[in-house]
Write a protein that binds this ligand. Structure first.
Ligand code: 12T
Length: 340
């Protein structure tokens, strides 16, 4: 089997670490692993397949001989470094928001639109965490019943922001336990015991950038004809995004059929037995690969409506796993590095 030289950019971050773990757990055929990060983290060690790998600096020259570069270093770093990596011959799978809406860049969820990878030009974008789990759950319903409108509220974990936000929630919990005043730096308000209707920055239209990612990315990945009405909320959970989703479809839905479609869909697990208190929660999804769906019920207040609750591990399917699955599809299709 062909093996690949794989770089992980942002290797010391919350998603970068999960990328290394996911590559290893899934047995991706790696000949050389190249953890890269900012200068301040250079020389640190990460463990990969039982061996220490030294963190290098993500910069010009670092991508020579790299086949696949998994990026999770933020939009600013990606703007500069992804074209450099592609020019040096790597195929970039970028987890930031930087390239997602570029018409030249495929935006891919392997269960939803794998063929969008064909003809890529060296940079491929990994969608937003909230969009990925929503579309994995909605794709089988859209195929059968044609979704016209989505109203979604998210309940998002702090790990989406990164390692500093995880530390901030933990610190506030300790400060509470000790009766000390709480400090907030990463978020504009206390996140412990709170819910903030604010993820990423506010835009001129009154929506946040996170909300507009769900609109625009759904159009690019699934169908531009679907109306998407989002509210994105941060809650004091470490890991796992939850979503309350209401959809309206063209054709009338049969609830038993919807359950069958979801049960058969790749990457989906239905957990929905209210009599046994069976419904998915963020803690259940922690560390899991599947997107979990529960609380399925028809919405009688509109002609063809359905309500559902969708939970996924934002660091896993929402980020690292989706990126590694894209690399797996590329490897299956026969990876074509462009610039060599
Ligand atoms: N600011 O992938 O803070 O564009 O949770 C994902 C998550 C951006 C993204 C977050 C963010 C993204 C967050």
């Amino acid at each position: 089997m062909k093996k690949y030289c794989v770089a992980v950019v942002g290797a010391m971050g919350a998603v970068g670490r999960e990328m290394l773990k996911t590559l290893e757990q899934r047995g991706f055929p790696v000949s050389e692993i190249r953890p890269l990060d900012i200068e301040a983290n250079a020389g640190k060690k990460v463990l990969y397949e039982g061996r220490e790998a030294t963190v290098g600096v993500a910069a010009k020259g670092a991508f020579v001989d790299v086949d696949i570069a998994l990026f999770s270093a933020g939009a600013d770093a990606s703007l500069v470094l992804a074209p450099i990596a592609a020019a040096e011959g790597a195929v970039v799978v970028d987890n930031s928001s930087q390239w997602r809406m570029d018409p030249e860049v495929p935006l891919v969820v392997p269960e939803v639109n794998p063929d969008a990878l064909d003809g890529h030009k060296g940079i491929i974008a990994n969608p937003n965490c909230s969009t990925i789990q929503m579309l994995v759950a909605l794709k089988p319903i859209h195929d059968a019943y044609k979704i016209k409108r989505i109203v979604v509220a998210t309940y998002q974990a702090v790990s989406g922001t990164g390692a500093a936000a995880i530390a901030e929630l933990a610190a506030q919990a300790e400060q509470f336990a000790k009766g000390e005043p709480m400090t907030a730096k990463v978020y504009p308000r206390q996140i412990l015991f709170n819910a903030l209707p604010h993820i990423d920055v506010f835009l001129d239209n009154g929506y946040t950038k996170e909300e507009m990612k769900m609109v625009n990315e759904t159009h690019k990945i699934l169908d531009p004809a679907i109306s998407v009405s989002p509210t994105a909320v941060r809650i004091p959970v470490f890991r796992g995004h939850s979503e309350a989703i209401n959809i309206e479809t063209e054709r009338p839905m049969d609830l038993a059929d919807v359950r069958r479609l979801l049960a058969a869909a790749p990457g989906v697990k239905v957990v929905d037995d209210p009599a046994k208190l069976a419904y998915p929660t963020a803690l259940d999804a922690d560390g899991k690969d599947e997107v979990f769906v529960g609380r399925l019920r028809l919405d009688p207040t509109v002609p063809n409506g359905l309500n559902m609750w969708v939970v996924g591990d934002n660091l896993r399917k929402g980020a690292a796993l989706n990126a590694v699955q894209i690399a797996e599809v590329l490897a299956r299709k026969g990876l074509e590095p462009k610039a060599r």
